[in-house]
Design a protein around this ligand. Structure first.
Ligand code: TGC
Ligand code: FAD
Length: 390
């Protein structure tokens, strides 16, 4: 909450652009984050984990696979999902990540590309948070260019056998089911892998300096044998995982604004109290210029997100537009977090305030789900028709 006056987003009266239902969803998630998440975050971040039990709380609120229809999912519109991501990330990017990976990556992969049997088996317990999912696309040597992946699935009779390694997988060590993308003779295919299958292991990646309230893991697949019906039947190319990424990137382009808003709230409150040279920091023109510029970027980012959300709800959102949104909103959120850190002075580097935690998390958000360079090249290609990736 701001103490200095007007809330940065209400300054532009953006609430008039939301329906009463969208408003209510945002308010409900904000209350949940304020009471159930924020009080614990410093501890989780310091200890470097996010308790798996939170999945059931997210599920009870209807946050998991929130914009999917049927199978126990809430079936909201895309804007509501975006707003929920924004409120979750005002808590911590790791918390939003959990919800993104579960709903937009693992559940969406099954929802979009799975058989009716796979959907009925997996989606209801995942929506409830009783079953946790992860999504394995990135490999140690192939992040931005997943087309080079080495993980391989070969047929053995009617079974499939998977070998390979995935890297940087959110929720990997706490997942009950992994969606694993692998090269096959028929193209790139997705597999639904119960994590208790022999040959599967998920060692946790430790010593992270970012996204600490989130579990990140390696997935090792050593002769993992799966029945024929473990493959997602709907796709056999990179379009499979990339379509899932579009969903998660959409959540992120709203989500990052939540982290930025939380930083700006903290900076306004802090600078209104903190006295330097006999006056509040907020009373100096240099500070007010920073605050005004950040509020502008936050509002512009929100209008962009809302516009993209409305396009998505009309079924018209294009992947290159998602790239525009992710590129702008994450880049600006990170710039806001860094500027807020300067306003808090030395206090800005501690866990007593959320600013450095958000700034550090946003470094990961800038990199995952397509780096800022990848999204720049997607936009460049849309503008010029020229592919500058290779
Ligand atoms: P390209 O040859 O252009 O296309 C291959 C096939 O994919 C289709 N396609 C898309 N489909 C849906 N959405 C998109 N955004 C798509 N982009 C391409 C395309 O139509 C084609 O389909 P088909 O049927 O003809 O085969 O692909 P490319 O290899 O040149 O790659 C393009 C590039 C570089 C943009 C892509 O590889 C990319 O986006 N790279 C970034 C990788 C990435 O974002 N990885 C994220 C991993 S998951 C993650 O980070 C989770 S963090 C989660 C959290 O904690 O919140
Ligand atoms: P690289 O691809 O090696 O890129 C290194 C640098 O080169 C970057 O700056 C990049 O932008 C630049 N670069 C690459 N290609 C080009 C080019 N053509 N032109 C110019 N510059 C280029 N992945 C999953 O599959 N599932 C997950 O759940 C998941 N969770 C993650 C959670 C965290 C906390 C993090 C940090 C990552 C996660 N990832 C996940 C991985 C993430 O998607 C990758 O890190 C990301 O796609 C970038 O890949 P890379 O790290 O291998 O970088």
């Amino acid at each position: 909450m701001t103490t200095g006056g007007e809330d940065p987003l209400s300054l532009l009266a953006v609430e008039h652009l939301l329906s009463p239902e969208e408003h209510e969803i945002a308010r409900t998630v904000r209350r949940f984050v304020d009471t159930e998440v924020k009080p614990n975050l410093g501890g989780w971040w310091e200890e470097g984990h996010l308790p798996k039990e939170m999945a059931k709380s997210f599920g009870a609120l209807g946050l998991l696979g929130m914009h999917l229809k049927g199978y126990g999912c809430a079936g909201t519109n895309a804007v509501s999902y975006g707003l929920a991501c924004m409120e979750l990330e005002a808590g911590d990017s790791g918390v939003r990540s959990f919800v993104s990976v579960q709903g937009s990556l693992a559940m969406f992969a099954i929802y979009r590309w799975g058989s009716e049997e796979q959907k009925s088996r997996w989606l209801p317990p995942m929506a409830a948070g009783e079953t946790v999912g992860c999504f394995g696309l990135t490999e140690p040597d192939f992040g931005s260019d997943p087309s080079g992946m080495r993980t391989r699935a070969r047929r053995d009779g009617s079974d499939w056998v998977l070998d390979g390694t995935k890297m940087w997988i959110t929720n990997g060590s706490i997942a009950d089911v992994a969606i694993v993308w692998a090269r096959t003779d028929e193209g790139i295919r997705g597999f639904v892998v119960p994590t208790d299958t022999p040959g599967f292991s998920a060692p946790e990646i430790t010593r992270k300096l970012s996204m600490r309230a989130s579990v990140t893991s390696e997935l090792v697949l050593d002769g993992v044998r799966l029945p024929a019906d473990a493959v997602l039947p709907g796709v056999s190319s990179l379009r499979g995982p990339l379509a899932c990424l579009d969903e998660a990137r959409f959540g992120i382009l709203f989500g990052a604004l939540g982290a930025a808003r939380d930083c700006l709230d903290a900076a306004i409150a802090y600078s209104s109290d903190r006295q330097v040279f006999g006056r509040p920091v907020a009373g100096y023109q240099l500070t007010q210029e920073k605050l005004a510029d950040m509020a502008l970027e936050l509002q512009k980012g929100f209008l962009l997100a809302l516009h993209l959300g409305r396009l998505k709800d009309e079924g018209k959102l294009q992947p290159r537009q998602v790239s525009l949104g992710k590129l702008n909103n994450v880049r600006e959120a990170l710039a806001i977090a860094r500027t807020c850190r300067t306003i808090l002075g030395a206090n800005g580097i501690t866990l007593e305030y959320p600013v450095m935690r958000h700034a550090s998390n946003l470094e990961s958000v800038l990199t995952y789900e397509g780096t800022s360079e990848v999204h720049t090249l997607v936009v460049g290609q849309a503008l010029t028709g020229l592919n500058a990736f290779t």
